[in-house]
Design a protein around this ligand. Structure first.
Ligand code: HXC
Length: 259
């Protein structure tokens, strides 16, 4: 993996790539370069069959405190359009392998939206989630009003977006925004362990499950059920389906080929 300036990419355990946001002085504010690098890293990971799951994290103090305000303050509409920063977010949205956000400290604005682009969120006890754009004269722009509402419901999403108030890790857990709250010392390890478990599963089934769950956000129940059913049948074309079912009957551990 090439050297980046705003992120660091490692392989902490086999099958798992870890992307760390590394602009700690500005609480990992998401400048354009960071977004370009995240997308480049994901594109490379997508091509790498040895990597089956991704963990995205910042540091103890901040996952990311939002889009880089310094970069946006004087931009006009045309400049924002030309930057077309949201096409990069689309690449994250359509990434095929599971991504787990490990969040400690601030996940605000674009930072909260980035965490919500991920498929699961492991939060440290100090995590704080919010959409404070209202306090700087704008509004969420990368899914905050949509994904947050789907995750926590209308009432809490309205409160968070309209007041700019943050919610803490326990509130986020109760609201269904995060999977688990763990001590600060172990939030990255917990996310890596979860990623490692997913990385040990048959990869084509993992990909189709991710696609099918995400489909529920953009389809009717009927359309989603049909999508799911076809994906289910499709898995019977894989060697891993034969291996998984035969291994069960033969009472042995399956060996996945990803085919
Ligand atoms: C640029 C940022 C930043 C940001 C923090 N910093 N957030 N720089 N963009 N989003 C910088 C500060 O300027 C400061 O730099 C350093 O990080 C530390 O921040 P402090 O404010 O000194 O820390 P603290 O007092 O602990 O307060 C933390 C904080 C506060 C509550 C998170 O920094 C804050 O309110 N940040 C802005 C949060 C926000 O509004 N996010 C939404 C952005 S809009 P110096 O040089 O002074 O040390 C957005 C739109 C998304 O995200 C649209 C889709 C892409």
């Amino acid at each position: 993996m090439k050297d980046f300036t705003c992120i660091t990419v490692t392989t902490p355990v086999a099958g798992v790539a870890a992307i760390q946001l590394s602009r700690p002085k500005v609480l990992n504010a998401l400048n354009l370069q960071t977004m370009v690098e995240i997308v480049e890293a994901l594109e490379s990971i997508e091509q790498n069959n040895d990597i089956r799951c991704v963990v995205l994290y910042g540091n103890e103090k901040a996952f990311a405190a939002g889009a880089d305000i310094g970069e946006m303050g004087d931009a006009g509409t045309i400049e924002m359009l030309k930057r077309d920063q949201f096409s990069r977010w689309e690449k994250i949205r359509t990434f095929k392998k599971p991504i787990i956000a490990a969040v400690s400290g601030f996940a605000l604005g674009g930072g909260c939206e980035l965490a919500m682009h991920c498929d699961m969120i492991i939060a440290s006890e100090t995590a704080q989630f919010g959409q404070p754009e209202i306090n700087i004269g704008v509004m969420p722009g990368a899914g905050g009003t949509q994904r947050l509402t789907r995750a926590v419901g209308k009432a809490l999403a309205m409160e968070i977006c309209l007041t700019g108030r943050m919610i803490n890790a326990q509130q986020a857990l109760r609201a269904g925004l995060v999977n688990k709250v763990v001590p600060v010392q172990s939030f990255i390890q917990e996310a890596i362990a979860l990623a490692q478990e997913i990385a040990s599963k048959p990869p084509i089934a993992v990909q189709l499950i991710k696609e099918s769950v995400l489909k529920s956000f953009s389809s009717t129940l009927e359309g989603g059920l049909e999508f799911e059913r076809k994906n289910f049948y499709m898995l019977f074309a894989t060697e891993d389906q034969k291996e998984g079912m035969h291994a069960f009957i033969e009472k042995r551990t399956p060996t996945w080929k990803g085919q």
